[in-house]
Write a protein that binds this ligand. Structure first.
Ligand SMILES: Cc1cc2nc3c(=O)[nH]c(=O)nc-3n(C[C@H](O)[C@H](O)[C@H](O)COP(=O)(O)O)c2cc1C
Ligand code: SF4
Length: 515
C-alpha cells in the first residue's frame, strides 16, 4: 500500500516552501521507485515547525520539521517514508508533541489532520453532524443550544452569540442574512485564516446552521483581500458543498435553502468593524454606521443580519453535534468553551494554541511559546490586536478570561498575543498605536479622526521633551475625549495601548526616544 505523506498547504507553510518540498518528495519517490500518496493537509498551527511533513505509520503520524527543499533527499536517505525516526529533523509522533498534546482542541480538532477540501475527510472526522442535527430542530431550538453553550463572539466585543441570533430570529422579515467577518486585521492573529485554509467545511457548516437558526437563506464571507490562499480553498470547498447538497435550495433533501458566497474585503482595518463591513459589502466606502439600529435588526441591505466572526461560527458545528452543555463545560466564569490563542511577535515557538478559558497568560507565553525568540528577557506583551493594552510583567499572570482582562484595563479581543523583548521601545509603541488609528480611522467622527492626528503630534512632543508635563496632561485629556466621544471602538479603544504605556512604561515615553 502507498505510504501517505502529508505536506501542509496553508499560507505559512507555502511561504516557507511547502510547494517546492511537495514537488521534491514526488520527484524523489519516483526516482527511487517508491509508491507514495502525497496529501496536502492543513496546518496543525505549530508554526515553529513549519513546514511540518508527516508520514503515516502504524504508530501514528511521524513528523519532520522544519523541512526545507534541500532536506528532501536526506529524508529519503534516512528512510523517513517508512517511519524511520533517525533523521535529525524528526520530531517523533506529532500528536505526542507537548505543544499539541496539551491543548484542548474543539474548533481546531481537524486542523492539520485532514485535506481541507476533502469532503470525505471532513465527514470521516465528525463533519456535518451538527448540521444533520440542526435540520431536525426548530430555529428556536438551535438558538437555545447556542445560548446553552455560553459562546461569546470571538471577533472582539465578546457579545453572546445566542442573544444576537435571538434578535435576528425575532425580527420578522422574509429576507435575512448571515455575514461572516473574515477581515482578521488584528496584529499577530491568524486563527480565522487557519480555519478557512485548514477546515473550510466547518465554517460552511457553521454558517448554514446559523441560517437555519434565524431563517436566513443567504450568507456572505467577507474575506480580507490579503488572504488569497484562503480565498482559493474556500471557493473549492463551497463548490464541493454545493455539488453534494450541503448548500443550495434543498440542503440534504430537507427542502431548506442556504446559499453562500465569498466577497473580498476592501483592505482597510476599519472594514472589520461590523457596520463598516456591511457598508463595504454593499459596495460602498467602509464608513461606520451609528448604532442603533443594530445590524441584527437593520443590517445588510437594511435586512436583519447576523454578523459573526469566523471563530464564533466555526464553534457552532461542535455545539450542535455534541450539545451546548458539552461546550459550556470548558472554561471559567462567563467565558465558556475554548479560546484559540495566537502566539506571535518575539516568541520562540509561535503558533496556535486552543485551550479552555482560564489558563494564565504566563503559561501560554512560557510553556507553549518557550519565551522570546531572541532569548532576551520579555518586556511587554500586547494582547487583543493594535487596540489592546501592552501588559507589563506584573500582569502576566492574568487569566485568559474576558472579565479578568477587563479588570486589568486590557482586552482579549481576537486572542492575538504579541510578545516584545527588552529591546522594544515602549514610547515608540505608544506612538505606533496612535498613528495606527490616524491611518486607519474611517474619518466619520472628530475625536478619532482629528484626535489621533493630534495624538501623534503630542506624543512626539513628549518624546522630544518639549513641555513634557503639559503635553502629558494634554495626552491624558485627549485619550479621555477619544474614549468618551468616539462613535465606534476604533477611536474609543486606541487610548488603551497608549494609556498602558503611560501607566506602566512612563519613562520610556518621556525619555525613551531612540534616533
Ligand atoms: C476597528 C474594528 C475592527 C474590527 N475588526 C474585526 C475583524 O477583523 N474581525 C472580526 O470578526 N471582528 C472585528 N471587529 C468586531 C466586529 O465589529 C464585530 O464585533 C464582530 O464581527 C462580531 O462578531 P462576533 O460577535 O462573532 O465577535 C472589529 C471591531 C472594530 C471596532
Ligand atoms: S471612531 Fe474612528 S473609525 Fe470609528 S466612526 Fe469615528 S472616525 Fe470612524
Amino acid at each position: 500500500m502507498a505510504t501517505r505523506i502529508f505536506v501542509p498547504r496553508d499560507t505559512t507553510a507555502l511561504s516557507l516552501g511547502a510547494d517546492q518540498i511537495a514537488a521534491g518528495i514526488q520527484t524523489e519517490a519516483i526516482r527511487r521507485g517508491l509508491e507514495i500518496e502525497l496529501v496536502r493537509n492543513g496546518s496543525r498551527g505549530l508554526f515553529w515547525l513549519e513546514p511540518l511533513i508527516e508520514v503515516e505509520t502504524s504508530n501514528g503520524r511521524i513528523g519532520f520539521g522544519p523541512v526545507t527543499e534541500r532536506d528532501v533527499v536526506s529524508l529519503f536517505d534516512h528512510d523517513f517514508q517508512s517511519g524511520n525516526t533517525s533523521h535529525p529533523l524528526c520530531v517523533g509522533e506529532v500528536e505526542a508533541i507537548p505543544y499539541l498534546k496539551n491543548q484542548q482542541r474543539l474548533t481546531f480538532a481537524r486542523s492539520g489532520i485532514t485535506d481541507p477540501v476533502s469532503l470525505e475527510d471532513y465527514c470521516q472526522y465528525d463533519g456535518f453532524r451538527g448540521l444533520q442535527n440542526a435540520l431536525h430542530l426548530s430555529g428556536q431550538q438551535i438558538v437555545d443550544e447556542v445560548k446553552t453553550s455560553g459562546l461569546r463572539g470571538r471577533g472582539g466585543a465578546a457579545f453572546p452569540t445566542g442573544i444576537k441570533w435571538q434578535t435576528v430570529l425575532d425580527t420578522p422579515d422574509p429576507q435575512k442574512y448571515i455575514v461572516c467577518n473574515a477581515d482578521e486585521g488584528d496584529s499577530g492573529t491568524f486563527a480565522d485564516r487557519l480555519v478557512m485554509e485548514c477546515d473550510p467545511f466547518m465554517l460552511i457548516e457553521g454558517m448554514t446552521i446559523a441560517g437555519l437558526a434565524v431563517g436566513a437563506n443567504q450568507g456572505y464571507i467577507y474575506l480580507r483581500s490579503e488572504y488569497p490562499v484562503a480565498h482559493d480553498i474556500l471557493n473549492q470547498a463551497l463548490a464541493t458543498a454545493y455539488e453534494n447538497s450541503y448548500l443550495g435550495d434543498n440542503i440534504l433533501g430537507s427542502g431548506k435553502a442556504f446559499h453562500l458566497e465569498v466577497r473580498l474585503g476592501a483592505g482597510a482595518y476599519i472594514c472589520g468593524e461590523e457596520t463598516s463591513l456591511l457598508e463595504s459589502l454593499e459596495g460602498k466606502r467602509g464608513l461606520v454606521r451609528a448604532k442603533p439600529p443594530l445590524p441584527a435588526i437593520v443590517g445588510l441591505f437594511g435586512k436583519p443580519t447576523v454578523v459573526n466572526n469566523v471563530l464564533s461560527l466555526a464553534a457552532i458545528p461542535y455545539i450542535l453535534d455534541k450539545g451546548g452543555q458539552a461546550y459550556a463545560d470548558f472554561g471559567v466564569g462567563r467565558s465558556r468553551g475554548t479560546m484559540p490563542v495566537q502566539l506571535a511577535g518575539n516568541v520562540k515557538r509561535g503558533g496556535l494554541v486552543e485551550l479552555a478559558f482560564g489558563m494564565p497568560l504566563n503559561q501560554l507565553m512560557n510553556e507553549f511559546g518557550g519565551g522570546t525568540a531572541s532569548g532576551r528577557p520579555l518586556k511587554a506583551v500586547q494582547v487583543g490586536g493594535p487596540l489592546g493594552a501592552y501588559l507589563p510583567e506584573s500582569q502576566w499572570d492574568t487569566l485568559i478570561d474576558y472579565e479578568e482582562f477587563s479588570s486589568e484595563q486590557a482586552v482579549l479581543g481576537h486572542g492575538g498575543v504579541v510578545m516584545f523583548d527588552d529591546t522594544a521601545n515602549m514610547g515608540e509603541q505608544a506612538r505606533f498605536a496612535m498613528e495606527f488609528c490616524k491611518f486607519e480611522s474611517c474619518g466619520k467622527c472628530t475625536p478619532c479622526r482629528i484626535g489621533s492626528t493630534r495624538g501623534v503630534e503630542v506624543i512626539d512632543r513628549i518624546r522630544a521633551s518639549e513641555a513634557a508635563d503639559n503635553n502629558w496632561a494634554l495626552l491624558e485629556d485627549l485619550c479621555e475625549t477619544m474614549v468618551d466621544g468616539s462613535l465606534c471602538a476604533m477611536g474609543s479603544m486606541t487610548p488603551i495601548p497608549v494609556q498602558s504605556v503611560m501607566k506602566f512604561f512612563p519613562d520610556e515615553l518621556r525619555h525613551g526616544r531612540q534616533e
